[in-house]
Design a protein around this ligand. Structure first.
Ligand code: UT7
Length: 309
């Protein structure tokens, strides 16, 4: 869906969207394609890249806020579709930091020795929770999926630090109010857009810049490193101006920051793994590089993960 397509739906313009967000296009999954279906494609490509068979996976963690069903977890649906008989599978509901939270949990569980090979997925069908009459939100978000395989390593490579934080006091800055147990959407529900994403963009912007920087500094310093040691930053793709502000504050130049927001918009939990995959396949990541992932989203919630490749 291009900005020109959105001009036909709401009072907006390509010029406004590009200059305020950096977004030119976003992907919209067709009817009948659910988060599990997009995830399967991402998982198959991740397993192929890792040279691994599905039966070797013993842990599946999916970050999503747009599950196929309320019950069971979509990770269990993926387990069945992907033929992962030796795994335990569950979802994490951490909005745009879903992949980072998933990485953190998978990494910790692998460190205990209880699990060996994890599939960590970020996947969203945000088009299913967008109000295409609300120009504040419908221009920003898109659908997509990304996945990574994590395995135990002994050579010092891998996830060397993670940082997770949230502030539930700010939960109504970005939320879907209706449709849960507190405010069910039953027959006779009068649609007012409260069963779709509502967002106070300007308030979130400021917190996003501050807390993504904090999250980045926390993992970098804890690892005994400085910004100069970071070869590549994979930030959550929410707004090119947020990404630019982070680059400036962290003193990491934009040529070390991966950006693909123009093609996909904000895909929430899928944003970081899609960017990681594109960066890797484009040859932007070499053995031994320190790669910093950092994200921010509804909760409000934020987090980072530092990887030695
Ligand atoms: O995934 C993580 C969570 N989400 C985020 O990180 C989002 C963070 N926030 C943002 O990215 C930005 O705040 C937005 C892109 C959402 C909005 O940009 P902004 O520069 O903060 O614009 P604004 O909300 O202050 O709006 C400026 C003007 C307003 O008009 P007035 O009141 O100045 O007359 C809006 O009504 O732009 C108007 N506007 C639009 N105009 C054309 C808002 N949306 C649109 C639109 N097209 N789509």
């Amino acid at each position: 869906m291009t900005n020109a397509d959105l001009e036909k739906l709401v009072d907006t313009s390509d010029e406004w969207i590009v200059s305020r967000t950096g977004i030119k296009e976003r992907r919209v999954a067709p009817d009948g394609m659910a988060v599990s279906d997009m995830s399967v494609i991402a998982c198959e490509r991740a397993l192929e890249a890792a040279g691994m068979h599905s039966h070797e996976i013993d842990l599946v963690i999916l970050g999503t806020v747009t599950p196929d069903f309320k019950l069971p977890s979509t990770a269990c649906v993926i387990q069945e579709k992907m033929d992962l008989p030796n795994a335990t599978a569950f979802d994490v509901v951490s909005a745009c930091t879903g992949f980072i939270n998933g990485l953190s949990v998978a990494s910790a569980l692998i460190e205990t020795g209880a699990y060996k090979n994890a599939l960590v997925i970020g996947s969203e069908k945000l088009s299913s929770v967008l109000n295409y009459k609300d120009r504040n939100t419908c221009i920003l978000f898109g659908d997509g999926a990304g996945a990574a395989v994590l395995s135990a390593s002994e050579d010092g490579s891998g996830i060397i630090g993670t940082y997770l934080k949230s502030d539930g006091k700010l939960r109504d800055l970005l939320w879907i109010k209706d449709g849960g147990a507190v405010s069910p959407v039953n027959a006779g529900y009068a649609f007012e857009g409260d069963d779709k994403i509502n967002m106070s963009g300007g308030d979130i912007f400021k917190v996003a810049v501050r807390q993504m920087c904090n999250a980045a500094v926390e993992v970098i310093e804890k690892a005994g490193l400085t910004s100069d040691d970071i070869a590549l930053v994979i930030p959550h793709q929410a707004n090119i101006r947020i990404i630019g502000a982070i680059s400036k504050r962290l003193k990491i130049s934009m040529d070390k920051v991966f950006v693909n927001i123009e093609k996909y918009g904000n895909t929430s939990a899928a944003s970081v793994p899609i960017a990681l995959d594109e960066a890797y396949r484009a040859g932007r990541i070499k053995k031994g590089d320190h790669v910093l992932m950092v994200a921010f989203g509804g909760g409000l919630i934020w987090g980072s993960a530092l990887v030695k490749w």
